[in-house]
Structures are given as C-alpha cells and as structure tokens.
Design a protein around this ligand. Structure first.
Ligand code: NAD
Length: 358
C-alpha cells in the first residue's frame, strides 16, 4: 500500500545491550559525566542492587535505596529524593522493573537528577518519558523529557531470576505496546518495523522461557525476550497508545489489579474489538505471531503458557464491570474503532470470563 504522511521523532538515549553488559555501567556514568549514584531497587531485588553497587565501587555509590514499590507512592518518592540529596548523589541507577524505574523517574521529575536504567522485566518504562506517581490513592501520570533515562543497560543475565509466570505476563505486556503502536493515530513506519520485530522476538522467546528450558537455550531466549521488550518499549515511548492501554490503566488504577496480568488478559479482547477498524495492523501482528488471527493468537499464546486469561482469576469483581466501563469511556485515548458503550461492556465481560475471541 502507498506510503502515507508521518512524523518521526527520535529520542536521545544510549542503549547498551548484551549478556554481561552490566559491567559497562561505570563507563556509562563516565560518558555522562556522572560521579555518584543512588542505586534503586525493590526489597526483593536488594541482592541484585548490591551486585550493581559493588561493580560501581564504593566511591561511585551514594547508597542503595531499596524501598521501590508498585505505582510509586509519593511518600516513597520523597524519601528517595531526600536520600539522594543527603548522600550527594548526582544520578539514580534503577535496577528492576517498571516500579523501580518509575521511582527513578519520580526523583528525576523533581530534581532533574539523571536516571540510568537497568531493566529486569519486559515492561518497557526505561524507553519512555512517561511517569506515574500515586498520591492519596490517585495515580497521576504525565510526560516529561526529564524523566527519560539517559542510558539503558539491557543485560539478559539479570532477567534469569524473573519467575517464568511473570516473564510470560511481562512479555505479553510488552507485546501490547507493539500491537497498539501498529494502529496508533500518530504511528510511523520506523515504529511499525520495531513493533513487528518486537512481537516476533517475544513470540519466539516466551514459549522457551515458560517451557523450562535450561542453559544455552534459556540464555538465548532471555536475550530474545529482552530485545523484544526494548523494541516494544521504544514503540510505547514514541507513539500514542489506544483502548487497550486505557482499559488496563482503568483496571489497574481503580480496581488495583496487577499490571502485567491485566495486560495479558485484556489484550486479546482489545485486539478483537479493534480488528475491524485496523486491518493493516492485524496483518502485521498475525505475520509476526505466525498465526491466522491476531486476537486469537495472543489469547492462545497466553493460554498455552499458563498465564491467566480471565479478570475473575486476578481479583476483579463482576459487579464492578459497569463502573470500569464508565471510567474507560471518560477521556478516552484515540482509538481506531469508535468507542461504543454496549460493545465495550461486552469486551469487559469477555475479559472477565476469559472467553476466547471469536
Ligand atoms: P514491577 O517493577 O512492579 O516488578 C514486579 C516484581 O518483580 C517486583 O517485586 C520486582 O522486584 C520483581 N522483579 C523484577 N525483576 C525481577 C527479576 N529479574 N528477578 C526477580 N524479581 C524481579 O513490575 P513491572 O511489570 O515491571 O512494572 C509495572 C509498573 O511499571 C506499573 O506500575 C506500571 O504502571 C509501570 N510502567 C510504567 C511505564 C511507563 O512508561 N511509565 C511502562 C511500563 C510499566
């Protein structure tokens, strides 16, 4: 089909990728003229953060702040900012998933302190200028170039410890960025290429990871999955997301459902909803997945790998579906298929029940 008009903006970030690439962290600080890092992590990832700190060496570490938590509570962001000030940090090194990188972003937003990200999940936050902070139970999100990590180190060895079940849902979370990027209202051909390649890499890697492969096969799949996550995260940071992300934001924010699992369950239903209005995107998804139908392909992938496929399995209450539908209809994101209340309510019911898309 003929090339239509587009605008493409690239972001200034360094990406260092590969097994063992964590050893290049000090060089990244040097390249950015940074001297002392506050290392961020969640309590369970403290050991990984300590490894990172020891690689940097005592003179380059201002401290380890190990209290990163889901949804970036403002109180924790304030404590982390204070720790950075007290210990004379001139940058933050975030070692972890979207929650930890989100804490780094919250510090950067307030202080301008540069963030270096060392992602250990596939959520993709490291490639976006989007931040989220939760205050008094409300998650406020926004976009600011100051929070975009200056440098990202993707070392697949750090993801070896990510449990298989979380790897699958986190991988499908990444896949969702690419899928929606393919029908973004502000899409462009570079992002289409990245999205297709990202989906292809994840679809190839996740079954190997979930299947309990060992040694070389596992290492290679971990590399593929992280490569896919990088591409998908770049798409997330570059073009606008649509209905699927709006629904997941609603379900996570207002009903406290877990992030990656919610994405995994909703994606096939959102793709089924948008399929009639986005045939070219569906062709690209099916080609990348190697299946005849995009929505069914994602559903079958999740199901085959033992991931949840129904919102009722992850704590959603059926009586809240109407309210979720109302919230999702408020300030909707641009979407290829117009939002129709009845159709959207049916989508939510299917997601609740875990119905395979027709
Ligand atoms: P997470 O960061 O909350 O991590 C989940 C759990 O897994 C944590 O306990 C973490 O310590 C642990 N973990 C992570 N990596 C591990 C590893 N390699 N080994 C062992 N344990 C590991 O989960 P997530 O899905 O990465 O991030 C979700 C959050 O990120 C949500 O709040 C979401 O809104 C946000 N997010 C933001 C953006 C953005 O662009 N701003 C993008 C994606 C996600």
């Amino acid at each position: 089909d003929a090339m239509s008009s587009f605008i493409y903006t690239s972001r200034a970030q360094r990406v260092v990728f590969g097994p063992g690439s964590l050893r290049g962290l000090t060089a990244e600080l040097d390249a950015l003229g940074l001297r002392r890092a506050l290392v961020l992590c969640t309590p369970p990832q403290r050991a990984q953060a300590e490894r990172v700190a020891s690689l940097l060496g005592a003179s380059r570490v201002a401290g380890i702040f190990d209290q990163a938590a889901m949804h970036v509570p403002i109180e924790i962001a304030r404590q982390a900012r204070q720790a950075a000030r007290e210990h004379g940090a001139d940058c933050a090194v975030a070692v972890g998933g979207g929650s930890t990188i989100g804490l780094g972003k919250a510090i950067a937003l307030d202080s301008g302190l540069p963030v270096i990200a060392v992602p250990t999940t596939y959520a993709g936050s490291e490639m976006t200028p989007i931040y989220g902070i939760t205050e008094a139970g409300l998650k406020k999100t926004g976009k600011d170039d100051r929070v975009l990590p200056r440098s990202v180190i993707y070392d697949p060895e750090l993801s070896l410890s990510l449990p298989a079940a979380m790897s699958v849902t986190s991988g499908i979370n990444a896949l969702a960025h690419a899928a929606e990027g393919l029908y973004a209202s502000d899409g462009n051909p570079i992002m289409d290429l990245m999205a297709q390649e990202g989906i292809r890499a994840l679809a190839r890697a996740l079954p190997v990871i979930a299947g309990g492969a060992a040694d070389e096969a596992l290492r290679s799949a971990r590399g593929d999955a992280l490569y896919g996550a990088w591409l998908c995260g770049t798409v997330l940071g570059s073009v606008g997301m649509a209905l699927h992300h709006k629904l997941c934001h609603t379900l996570g924010g207002s009903f406290n459902l877990p992030h990656a699992e919610t994405h995994t369950i909703v994606l096939p239903q959102a793709l089924a909803y948008n399929a009639p209005a986005a045939p070219r995107a569906m062709e690209r998804i099916t080609a990348a997945l190697g299946v005849p139908n995009a929505a069914q392909g994602v559903f079958d992938l999740a199901n085959a790998l033992g991931a949840p496929t129904a919102l009722r399995e992850i704590g959603m209450r059926e009586e809240d579906l109407d309210r979720a539908c109302d919230i999702a209809l408020r300030t909707p994101y641009p979407n290829p298929r117009p939002l129709d209340r009845e159709a959207l309510r049916a989508l939510l019911q299917d997601a609740y029940d875990g119905t395979r898309p027709r």
